[in-house]
Design a protein around this ligand. Structure first.
Ligand SMILES: NC(=O)c1ccc[n+]([C@@H]2O[C@H](COP(=O)([O-])OP(=O)(O)OC[C@H]3O[C@@H](n4cnc5c(N)ncnc54)[C@H](OP(=O)(O)O)[C@@H]3O)[C@@H](O)[C@H]2O)c1
Length: 202
């Protein structure tokens, strides 16, 4: 099974590791890193990526920046860059990849705990995460040929201490635990699901 993984950072590295450990052939993608170059914000680069890769069994995204700020201080830049990368970028990854994904293949996107929980300066992140989750839940009903789509929603990662101040009182989740949710989305016949690793029961 050939799986494209976009992003090789805190989350993407763990996703690549878990998929490789479970026998998948992992093709890594980034703007400056990975085996292949593409930018989620640049639709033409996504088209060029899939033209180069040809048929694949699954596409998993672990990339897409968000540019947060306290709501009164947000600029057009905060909103447009966040939508372009994590929002429209992931939607375009699916649109560009659809002609190349195998029958019964899958897309796995990423949102985050801010779709459900309030934290300081959370509005940009919350809005983008809900956009992605809304796309996944609706697109699941429209994808042809048995193609599936799911979304993984992590809380702040243990491996990302730089973000801890933005998530006071949130219990971090190890990236490997989140990576197993990607494996669950790819390996099981589920679609339209938001797999949440929020650790917010306390
Ligand atoms: N870290 C957390 O605590 C956390 C929690 C919840 C959700 N998330 C979400 O998980 C995703 C990954 O987060 P992370 O912390 O793993 O990020 P990260 O450590 O900064 O790594 C991001 C990776 O994605 C690639 N990338 C970034 N923007 C890209 C783009 N526009 N097109 C293609 N590749 C791109 C980067 O490589 P290049 O620079 O080479 O492109 C890098 O390999 C993000 O969507 C984030 O919002 C993260």
């Amino acid at each position: 099974m050939k799986v494209v993984v976009v992003g090789s950072g805190a989350l993407g590295g763990a996703v690549q590791q878990v998929l490789a450990e479970h026998g998948y052939e992992v093709l890594t993608v980034g703007r400056t890193s990975g085996m292949f170059r593409a930018d989620l914000s640049d639709r033409a680069s996504l088209d060029a990526l899939f033209a180069k890769l040809g048929s694949v069994d699954a596409v998993a995204n672990a990339a897409g920046d968000v540019f947060p700020a306290p709501l009164p201080q947000t600029t057009d830049d905060h909103w447009t860059k966040s939508f372009a990368a994590k929002g429209m970028g992931q939607i375009n990854l699916v649109r560009a990849g659809l002609p190349f994904i195998a029958d019964n293949g899958s897309f796995t996107l990423v949102s985050g705990v801010l779709g459900d929980e309030v934290a300081p300066a959370c509005t940009v992140g919350a809005t983008v995460n809900r956009l992605v989750e809304g796309f996944v839940q609706a697109a699941a009903s429209e994808l042809p040929r048995g193609v599936r789509i799911n979304c993984v929603s992590p809380t702040v990662l243990t491996e990302s201490p730089a973000y801890y101040d933005f998530f006071p009182g949130f219990t971090p989740v190890p990236a490997l635990e989140v990576a197993h949710a990607y494996l669950r989305a790819i390996a099981n016949p589920i679609t339209g699901r938001i797999l949440k690793l929020h650790k917010t029961n306390a």
